[in-house]
Every structure is written in structure tokens, then in C-alpha cells.
Design a protein. Sequence first.
Length: 95
Amino acid sequence: MATQTKSVQIGKRNQLTLPKEFVSDRIRIFECERLDDGTIVLRPQITVPATQAYFWTPRWQKGEREASQDIAKGRVTRYRKSNDLIKGMDKRRKK
């Protein structure tokens, strides 16, 4: 990954002002690390809306991977009508 070096302005209270190209609507928070040589490293943290946070949980991601594998290996059943889907679910439940 390429590293961008840009000048930032430091205010009277050690407030950093970042150039516009570093800020977007999706990046809200920066993780900050100060190195031994005095360098400050900012890493953008992309925010996820609370209504979508479940999707990024380890459990959900595991399920997504399993579903993708099932689809890739043809372990799926397609139904043309919702009634057929319900009948198929009932058959599996009875097994």
C-alpha cells in the first residue's frame, strides 16, 4: 500500500487540520499512533451504520462464507413458487 505524505497544520492547542483529500463521508474516526521518532500515524477507520453492524460480526461472516460455498458447490434448491418452498421446508423438517 502506498503511503501518502502531506503537510498538516497544527493549531495552538495541538489540533491537527487534515487536507480535504484525507477526509470523506465514510471516514469519521482516525486511529492515531505516535512512533518513537516523533512521527504521528493516522489510520482511517471506516464507520458502519448501526443498522448494518450485524453483517460484520464474525458469526454472520462465517454464515456468509458457508452460504457462498454451498452455492458454488451446487448445494441449493430453487423453487419457482413460494408454496413449493414451504412444502420443501416441511419435508426437510419431518426428516
